[in-house]
Design a protein around this ligand. Structure first.
Ligand code: C5P
Length: 307
């Protein structure tokens, strides 16, 4: 009997940076209400799904060796979620090519999950629409819905309620990858602890930033970037202060910790300035590696098949 093995399907998803991350109080469910502005950056992970006798994950690129290869991997859970929605049992191999730092505050695991949702939807012929994929994404993690949709967006709730934002011009970023990672729950806990001691001050609203994003002048956007989690990330990893200072001394318009960190991101005037800042920062020894990227870019999408 002839068995037809379906062709592998690949999907790609992008890193995120929070241009603004206002953190509210701890909720009863263990999450914090957020007002955030996400932007998807051109730093990507690719997930390729292929037929296998049993579920499995392999990883290459960023963080190889640090990522779980079992059912706790977010991409694995995404594949099972799509299979369950399609009424089948998942039995696939997921190959992750990671270009986003692990535990870096750039939604690396969420990007894997979003790419796995899109790739598995196609591979299983599940036919799930945008809203169904969004619901599965929200069940996997707070940042997964944004990794699915990309662009620039306001996030409310625990980050899963999204509203697109007009960002007229591309923004150019330098990304300083740190040595080691930070656990997101630990950074939120540290913020709660600092707040219980009466510090640090809270960010206001993202409204002015959203207005300036529509105008697109990086010089006016830079002073409006902000992250309530930054004080907590710096408290847990004080060396990041040097990284932030070095980026601005190297010519960036502004630098912030990305999400829960420890990756630091620097907004630059244009693409040429970003290359200069990246070169200068690389020589300072204040981080593990330096990348340049621009945003906004797409959410998770299929990689066209080569013919
Ligand atoms: O949703 P996700 O699994 O990515 O969240 C990881 C952890 O980060 C949560 O368990 C919680 O401790 C913290 N978190 C939070 N408030 C949010 C998002 C995440 O406290 N809005």
């Amino acid at each position: 009997m002839l068995t037809v093995v379906p062709r592998p399907v690949a999907a790609i998803a992008s890193a995120k940076v929070n241009l603004f991350l206002g953190v509210g109080d701890l909720r009863d469910d263990g999450y914090h209400d957020l007002e955030t502005v996400f932007q998807a950056l051109t730093l990507t992970s690719t997930v390729t799904v292929s037929q296998a006798e049993r579920m499995g994950v392999s990883v290459s690129g960023e963080g190889r060796g640090e990522v779980p290869l079992d059912s706790t991997n977010l991409a694995w859970r995404a594949a099972e979620a799509v299979a369950a929605a399609a009424g089948i049992t998942a039995s696939v191999h997921l190959e992750l090519l990671k270009g986003i730092p692990v535990a870096g505050g750039m939604a690396g695991g969420s990007a894997d999950a979003a790419a796995a949702l899109v790739a598995c939807n196609e591979f299983f012929g599940a036919g799930l629409g945008r809203e169904q994929l969004h619901a599965l994404a929200a069940g996997l993690g707070s940042d997964v819905p944004f990794s699915l949709s990309g662009g620039t967006a306001i996030g409310k709730g625990r980050g899963e309620q999204l509203l697109p934002v007009l960002a007229r011009h591309p923004l150019h970023w330098v990304i300083a990858l740190a040595r080691g990672g930070l656990s997101t729950p630990a950074v939120f806990r540290e913020l709660d602890r600092l707040r219980a001691e009466g510090e640090p001050p809270r960010l206001g609203s993202a409204d002015e930033l959203v207005r300036e994003l529509a105008q697109g002048d990086p010089r006016r956007i830079a002073p409006l970037l902000g992250n309530d989690l930054q004080a907590a990330a710096l408290s847990l990893m004080p060396a990041l202060r040097r990284t932030l200072r070095a980026g601005v001394e190297a010519g960036a318009l502004a630098g912030i910790v990305s999400g829960s960190g420890p990756t630091c991101v620097f907004l630059c005037e244009d693409a040429a300035a970003a290359v200069e800042v990246a070169t200068e920062l690389s020589g300072r020894g204040v981080c593990r590696a330096v990348r340049t990227a621009s945003g906004p870019t797409h959410g998770a999408r299929l990689v066209p098949e080569e013919h």
